[in-house]
Design a protein around this ligand. Structure first.
Ligand SMILES: Cc1cc2nc3c(=O)[nH]c(=O)nc-3n(C[C@H](O)[C@H](O)[C@H](O)COP(=O)(O)O)c2cc1C
Length: 230
């Protein structure tokens, strides 16, 4: 399923990948906003809505399969994925199935490659413990991890960080020694990543401790700054 506003009137793109490819040089700022399976995914609508006045901004969203469970219209703060796709500046919400929208043939566009070429900035908010482990282990088994693995790390390193991540997990997950090791890879070894530190908070599971996603308003400030709006 592709949850997108495309094709807009006059557009005739065969696949989501072709639609992305056609917009790489549209003169807009391109924010690729991703969420993985953490409760903090419910902040995504607030983050997106805060950019509504930015007329020159195009947002594409990637949700992992787990992330979609948090956006199923089950409460006022948890709209459906379709509702997310209709927020201002959102040109598409991409799910794993979009990679295989149509059987691939020679010369077809490949979605994760086109998204990587399209994006000026990738913000993964929130990043789950699972995603952190996969990314630092080089695993790429869904749309989001394919984009991350196919990132242009050479030119990104020259430009400064082009992937922002905001980890969010239960405090016991956070305290596990593997978390610090994996975060250190992103923070200290891979210059194209910027880690927004987690905070101490009453977590959704009822525990109090370190592991909550950084405030969403702070995430917005960092994105605006990196995109040159602030
Ligand atoms: C209700 C619920 C809340 C969860 N919250 C978190 C969380 O905040 N952080 C986290 O790392 N994992 C959390 N998980 C576990 C992840 O969803 C799970 O590890 C999943 O495999 C992550 O997949 P993804 O990284 O592909 O999105 C939660 C699971 C459930 C069922």
């Amino acid at each position: 399923m592709t949850t997108r506003l495309e094709p807009s009137p006059g557009d005739e793109y065969r696949t989501p990948a072709a639609a992305v490819a056609a917009r790489i040089h549209d003169g807009k700022q391109h924010l690729l906003l991703a969420a993985s399976g953490s409760v903090a995914t419910i902040k995504l609508p607030l983050i997106i809505s805060s950019f509504q006045a930015r007329s020159n901004l195009s947002i594409r969203v990637i949700l992992t399969k787990s992330a979609t469970h948090f956006l199923a219209g089950q409460s006022a703060e948890q709209p459906t994925v379709a509702a997310l796709a209709s927020l201002p500046n959102v040109d598409a919400v991409h799910l794993d199935e979009d990679e295989w929208d149509e059987p691939w043939t020679r010369d077809s566009h490949i979605l994760h490659i086109e998204l990587r070429k399209w994006a000026h900035l990738l913000a993964i908010v929130p990043m789950s413990a699972n995603l952190l482990a996969k990314v630092t282990g080089g695993i790429c088994d869904n749309l989001l991890t394919n984009v991350i693995r196919a990132w242009d790390v050479d030119s990104s390193s020259r430009k400064g960080p082009t992937i922002i991540v905001a980890p969010a997990m239960n405090s016991m997950m956070w305290a596990h020694p593997i978390t610090a090791k994996q975060l250190a890879i992103l923070d200290k070894e891979w210059a194209w990543f910027e880690v927004l530190p987690a905070q101490v908070k009453l977590l959704a599971c009822g525990d109090i401790g370190l592991g909550a996603m950084c405030e969403w308003t702070e995430i917005v400030k960092v994105i605006e700054n990196r995109l040159g709006f602030a």
